[in-house]
Write a protein that binds this ligand. Structure first.
Ligand SMILES: Cc1cc2nc3c(=O)[nH]c(=O)nc-3n(C[C@H](O)[C@H](O)[C@H](O)COP(=O)(O)OP(=O)(O)OC[C@H]3O[C@@H](n4cnc5c(N)ncnc54)[C@H](O)[C@@H]3O)c2cc1C
Length: 407
């Protein structure tokens, strides 16, 4: 399969004005695309960056405006339509909930993910997915006395970062995690064991293997009910239990939306529709591995956008399929976790430098003797030295022989 370049006068409609959507607009202009670009987003805000929300914005180090992704007057290079909540896609026509329709020559779906809704009856539970959520959480905790307890349900990346931010605000997070160890289902048991003490090191109480049956109440007075009959009462609850792709609005188009929007190795769902970022369920071939994945990382959204802009302006024969080394980071409990590659939680793990006791280490993931990823705790330089290994699909023993982290 190959796709030709867009005509220079084509109209590209980008749905979702977040990171991937905006980066695609920037990259199309950088690649010299002169046609019309419509950027349709359901938020009132111009494109902004999400990682700082649970870090600098929650803790008060940054004003919300500092998350803006727009440099100077760059937004004027596109037709930006805020408050446009896409409801359906037919061909290349996007229809909003208010009936407004936009038709282009090529549609790019960049609608990201939303927080997985809490399955409990309580009202006003906080989450951190967008600017308005952080404002609501900051205002909710302002009403608490110094040291007031805030329950954080879920000790994944967002929950851990929120707990860290709450300490900076002078509050006392109490973190509840369903798994035996946080991040176990993502990073595997070995790495989860190594990361488990970080919360305690930072003076944050983390309770694992928690079975929450119900949360009742409203802001200022919540009760968390556990399967064993115990209860905890707190004033504010933040829920971070994962994310779901915003793909339902595309379902009527006939495209595959069973886990986001399924696209091929050129990020195309059809010759006139593509998807990028968190919502894209994309075919990804690297070395001996070939599967279809959906990856919710900041860097992957950037890489998708840069790739698709080239594919749309030059044609896929000229650029070949998507190729990248995924990367993500998380700042939690005063430490930085960084991961390169796409390890599976069941992959083997080998610590190659540093130690658990120092809380500074680098480890490699491998599957059937092939390198699949690298992870570090507070070892950013050593981690980045592994990028070339992942690009060249080496075996674990070749990686150990090369040991670029030791240089
Ligand atoms: C709090 C937080 C912290 C994070 N921290 C990190 C981190 O430390 N490291 C890391 O690698 N990644 C992090 N991420 C993930 C990273 O931000 C995402 O991978 C990235 O934002 C994905 O970009 P996207 O454009 O696909 O989605 P988004 O940035 O979510 O943008 C999607 C946009 O589409 C809009 N939209 C949704 N549905 C519709 C519709 N029907 N019509 C119109 N518009 C719609 C959404 O409102 C949103 O504006 C974090 C995410 C969050 C929420």
């Amino acid at each position: 399969m190959s796709y030709p370049a867009l005509s220079p006068s084509a109209h590209v409609v980008v749905v979702g004005a977040g990171l991937a959507g905006w980066r695609l607009c920037e990259a199309l202009r950088r690649e010299g695309f002169l046609g019309e670009i419509s950027l349709l987003g359901d938020e009132a805000h111009a494109p902004y960056d999400r990682p700082p929300l649970s870090k600098q914005v929650l803790s008060g180090k940054w004003a919300p405006e500092q998350t803006s992704l727009i440099k100077d007057d760059a937004l004027s290079s596109v037709n930006f339509v805020p408050n446009f909540s896409a409801l359906s896609l037919e061909g290349t026509t996007v229809t909003a909930s208010n009936g407004r329709r936009v038709t282009g020559d090529h549609v790019v779906i960049a609608t990201g993910t939303r927080a997985r809704p809490a399955p409990w009856t309580a009202r006003g539970l906080c989450e951190v997915r967008n600017l308005d959520d952080v404002a609501a959480l900051r205002s909710a905790v302002e009403g608490l006395p110094p040291g007031g307890v805030v329950a954080v349900i879920g000790a994944g990346f967002i929950g851990a970062e929120v707990a860290t931010g709450l300490v900076a605000l002078g509050k006392t997070p109490l973190v509840f995690e369903a798994q035996e160890r946080p991040l176990q289902s993502i990073l595997g048991e070995t790495v989860a064991r190594w990361l488990e003490p970080l919360a305690g090191d930072a003076g944050i109480e983390l309770r694992s293997s928690q079975r929450i049956s119900e949360v009742t109440g409203e802001l200022g007075n919540y009760t968390i009910h556990f399967d064993d009959g115990s209860r905890v009462t707190v004033g504010v609850v933040v829920v971070g239990i994962g994310a779901l792709p915003n793909a339902e609005w595309v379902a009527s188009s006939g495209l595959d939306t069973h886990n986001g929007v399924t696209v091929d190795e050129f990020l195309h769902a059809s010759d006139r529709v593509s998807a990028v970022g968190d919502v894209a369920h994309f075919r990804w071939r690297r070395g001996p591995f070939d599967d279809t994945v959906r990856i919710e990382h900041w860097q992957v959204a950037n890489d998708h956008a840069a790739y698709l802009a080239k594919a749309l302006t030059q044609g896929t024969d000229a650029v070949g399929p998507l190729s990248m080394v995924p990367y993500f980071w998380s700042d939690q409990y005063g430490k930085k976790i960084q991961v390169l590659g796409h390890p599976h939680p069941s992959d083997d793990v080998t610590m190659v430098t540093g130690s658990f006791a120092e809380r500074k280490w680098l480890a490699l993931y491998s599957h059937d003797g092939l390198l699949t990823g690298a992870i570090s705790l507070s070892q950013p330089r050593a981690l980045m030295m592994c990028r070339a290994l992942l690009e060249s699909h080496v075996t674990l023993s070749e990686a150990l022989d090369a040991s670029p982290w030791a240089t």
